[in-house]
Design a protein around this ligand. Structure first.
Ligand code: ACO
Length: 351
């Protein structure tokens, strides 16, 4: 019995390789650091989805399909979605189709920012904006959330984020998506399973609380006492530790590099680095036999904050990137053709 399944290999995948000992993430043959600086969201989609659908559209056709998906999603915003972005994403995705075909996949990936942005604006008492199908996916995402066009540096940084988190082996949400796909329920059901697993604070729900932690600490001279008190309460420090990585999560540095490209962020980065090094020192002292390092969520929080995205939307924005991986894994599982059905050991009362 292995309750966390860490020693269980449940799939063969060509999509991504997480080497937790070396701190390396390869996404279909390309190191994540390279993919983050060379690819847009659209490029990552092609990178992950090629081969899983009969024919992907060319670059222009893909941009058009995603733009059309955003417009169609806008028409599905009534009745109004909740102002919690993850709930809005779940309700919005549940209004779409549920087949295993490319048009359903493109609709799911394309619609996500419309639902997340509508929720953000509803929380601010504002009506949703109409998507602009002529913009890139990242550019329109920022415009829909902020209500104003984004500059090129911000669009590049959001693309770098979405690409960095697009896939990561058999993490909890991807496993959930594959289990559902294995029942042949459809891609809509698979991404709903994925986002429901992602929402938890031990998985994709961590970056909002990372900022709460930075705010609560407030200044570097208060960090040590704050961290000690949190560890004494047995609180988990958000943005640290990982089930697979025994060294630093390579995505942390890819994202830190993306934040650095944004003007006016050096002070915030320096503060975050100061907190990070104190947390790592305290965790090393407390768990000398278990290396706990910075994970993807720590600099996710700093990056999305710098982009002006409200912290309530961080998990929804994570899902906008990870949906590419969920769909590719769902198609890989369907091609595998095997229902996922593990066993349990009965430890209840005898008959
Ligand atoms: N802060 C404080 N203590 C921690 C942390 C942390 N961030 N992470 C692990 N620990 C402790 C555990 O409580 C455990 O202590 P114990 O032996 O006294 O019970 C010990 O370190 C060993 O824990 P692990 O077995 O390494 O933890 P596990 O693999 O079960 O959990 C997880 C991994 C869930 C990511 C954990 O490190 C955690 O809760 N981190 C904080 C939340 C977070 O950042 N989540 C995002 C992960 S990345 C992602 O999913 C996209």
């Amino acid at each position: 019995m292995d309750s966390g399944l860490e020693s269980v290999v449940a799939a063969e995948t060509v999509l991504s390789d997480v080497d937790g000992g070396a701190g390396r993430l390869i996404i279909r043959g390309v190191p994540v650091e390279a993919l983050a600086v060379t690819c847009s969201f659209e490029g990552a989609l092609r990178h992950l989805w090629t081969g899983w659908f009969e024919a992907l559209p060319d670059a222009a056709g893909l941009a058009q399909a995603l733009g059309t998906a955003r417009l169609m999603a806008h028409d599905l915003l009534w009745p109004q979605l909740p102002s919690d972005p993850v709930l809005a994403l779940r309700q919005g995705w549940a209004r779409l189709g549920d087949t295993e075909a490319l048009d359903c996949a493109l609709m799911l990936a394309g619609a996500a920012p419309v639902f997340v942005a509508a929720a953000v604006r509803a929380g601010q008492g504002l009506a949703p904006l109409r998507p602009d199908p002529g913009l890139s996916h990242a550019a329109d995402t920022l415009r829909l959330m902020r209500g104003a066009p984004a500059d090129a540096a911000d669009v590049r940084a959001l693309d770098a984020y979405l690409v960095t988190v697009c896939d990561h082996g058999l993490n909890a949400s991807t496993f959930a998506a594959r289990v559902v796909a294995s029942t042949r329920a459809g891609l809509g059901s698979a991404v709903l399973a994925g986002v429901s697993a992602l929402k938890g604070p031990l998985h994709g729900g961590a970056p909002g609380p990372v900022l709460d932690m930075l705010d609560a600490i407030g200044s570097l001279d208060r960090a040590e006492a704050w961290i000690e008190a949190a560890l004494a309460r047995k609180d988990r420090l958000m943005g640290f530790g990982h089930r697979v990585y025994r060294v630093r999560d390579p995505r942390a540095d890819a994202l830190k590099a993306a934040v650095r490209t944004l003007p006016g962020t050096l002070g915030r980065i320096a503060f975050a680095e100061g907190i990070e090094s104190q947390v790592l020192a305290r965790l090393a002292a407390r768990y000398p036999d278990r290396r706990l390092e910075t994970n993807v969520e720590f600099y996710t929080a700093v990056l999305l904050e710098a982009l002006g995205i409200p912290r309530s939307a961080f998990t929804g924005v994570f899902a906008m990137g990870r949906v590419l991986g969920w769909i590719a894994h769902a198609r890989e599982q369907i091609a595998e053709g095997r229902l996922v059905r593990p066993r349990s050991i009965y430890v209840g009362p005898p008959a």
